[in-house]
Design a protein around this ligand. Sequence first.
Ligand code: DX5
Ligand code: ZN
Length: 219
Amino acid sequence: MFKLAPSILAADFTRLGEQIALVEKAGADELHIDVMDGIFVPSISFGMPVIQSIRSASGMFFDVHLMITEPVRYLEEFVKAGADGITVHAEACSDLRSTVMKLKELGVRAGVSIKPNTPISVLEDVEALIDRVLVMTVEPGFGGQKLIPECIEKVKELAEHRREIGAGYDIQVDGGIGISNVRRVAEAGAEVFVAGTAVFCGDILQNVKAFKEEIRVAD
Ligand code: DX5
Ligand code: ZN
């Protein structure tokens, strides 16, 4: 089943609660929440207080994407704040396996993300344990970038590898995803689509509906 996960990084923060309610009503499947620390990635976004505050206003699945160095230090706090699933970056963890084990222990959906230049082989130690692999389709750090076409090849390679080893994780893509390319990434093997700009710029209700229709046809 294909899923749409709007990224609130592109939302209007003066109307955050309202816009989250709108994507939920329009049928979005998960809410993608980008946390940036200014070290692992050049920019800084927001952290636990924002998640905690929107948690009380939304019943959506909170998909927290941690673009922070050594995320293991904060996993418990993000779960307490309201995360349902957490994705860490393979490049940000000195011990990826124990970071994933910690996520399992906390009982949230465990995801691992790889940047455009990171090979899928870094997943080897954890691929039997995780629930999700997030293939970045731009360099993480900012919304509104253009999708890097080579990353679609990586999605294909990963989907093929997943078949070979019989792993159960889903494949998520993030960065530059829009109506014009979502079908292409779906055909490559991705099932969960993050979209910031393409959802929150313009008519949100209309954007989510158009996305849902496009992925329904591809399903
Ligand atoms: C980028 C973030 C993305 C970002 C996507 O580092 O991980 O989730 O919000 O934004 P768009 O869809 O605008 O590329
Ligand atoms: Zn993200």
